[in-house]
Ligand binder design. Structure first.
Ligand code: FMN
Length: 297
């Protein structure tokens, strides 16, 4: 078995006539699979540890390495000219805002495809790449997701206003109960606004993108969230806006109505949901964030 419990299907070989003994594969392999032999040509050890990250293939300038998981067609040259400068990247990052007012203009499939196919280039623990995506374009399904989320918060609100339930919850988990009590005014506002036809959950967004992955994969939540941030930045770069729909994700965590509606496998957990659409407003300023506490050791 390979790391992560996957069957080992990896075969790596070096074409001795192409290899120039530059050692680049030896230097970059995270699992030290390449080792120098007396001839200077790397020897391959412990292929079963390979996580198929592709570093060896991407770094070899002589194309001397064959790897069974990297057949031709999926290996592409990097175009250095297309890499944005530090200033351009920083401006993209700091000009992104959570967009909650959308134009009545559909996001097309090609745009969604670009967002997802770019977002996957995030690091993932052990190169598991276990993130799965669900795109919701159907207005009726979006409406159901909003209603299930409101129902969930209404249920919590009603329960927390019942003194017996509240006191039992305080005894059972004081920290969580106090957290819920503090949020009750927010929940009341969400519910009241929803009753008045004002959508504070999804803000009438035309598209939702859910990210979910197998709970048993270590760090799968982190993997999903790194992809999610890529998706938000790519949306922004394409002139689209997005926000993290945290109320929906919270509802998915404690109630299975939305996961069931979306056919999410039982072993998976929804770790992110972003609402995407064309922004109604253009922001002309970026605003400093709080200073983070930074220590140098
Ligand atoms: C975990 C998390 C949950 C969030 N949940 C919501 C949400 O449910 N609704 C919403 O409008 N914004 C939500 N946001 C967006 C934040 O409110 C927003 O990022 C923050 O106010 C800073 O604004 P900015 O993203 O424009 O910089 C969430 C963000 C995060 C990271």
């Amino acid at each position: 078995l390979q790391k992560g419990g996957k069957p080992n299907l990896v075969e790596i070989s070096i074409n001795r006539s192409l290899c120039n003994s530059c050692k680049r594969c030896i230097i970059c392999c995270p699992w030290n699979i390449f080792n120098e032999d007396n001839s200077g040509i790397p020897q391959i050890d412990n292929e079963e540890l390979c996580v198929s990250c592709g570093h060896c293939i991407a770094v070899c300038e002589k194309n001397a390495i064959s790897h069974s998981n990297f057949k031709s067609g999926i290996v592409n040259p990097i175009n250095d000219k297309l890499i944005p400068s530090f200033e351009e990247t920083l401006e993209l990052i700091r000009s992104r805002r959570s967009i909650r007012a959308f134009l009545d203009k559909p996001v097309n499939d090609e745009q969604i495809n670009h967002i997802i196919s770019g977002s996957i280039f995030a690091p993932s623990s052990n190169n598991e790449q276990s993130t799965e995506y669900v795109i919701i374009k159907d207005a009726k399904t979006i409406e159901k997701i909003k209603i299930y989320t409101i129902d969930f918060f209404e249920e919590i609100y009603n329960k927390m206003n019942n003194p017996i339930y509240r006191n039992l919850f305080l005894l059972y988990n004081k920290r969580k109960a106090l957290e819920s009590i503090e949020k009750l005014p927010d929940y009341k506002k969400l519910i009241d606004k929803a009753n008045m036809g004002n959508d504070l959950i999804l803000h009438n967004a035309p598209v939702l993108l859910f990210l979910h992955s197998n709970k048993n994969v270590s760090f799968s939540e982190v993997d999903d969230l790194l992809k999610l941030q890529n998706a938000m930045l790519l949306s922004h770069a394409m002139g689209l806006g997005s926000f993290y729909a945290g109320y929906v994700v919270a509802a998915c965590r404690y109630d299975d109505k939305i996961p069931r509606l979306l056919d999410i496998p039982k072993e998976n957990s929804i770790n992110g949901c972003i609402a995407i659409g064309y922004p109604k407003l253009k922001y002309s300023k970026w605003i400093d964030k709080k200073n983070s506490r930074i220590r140098i050791i």
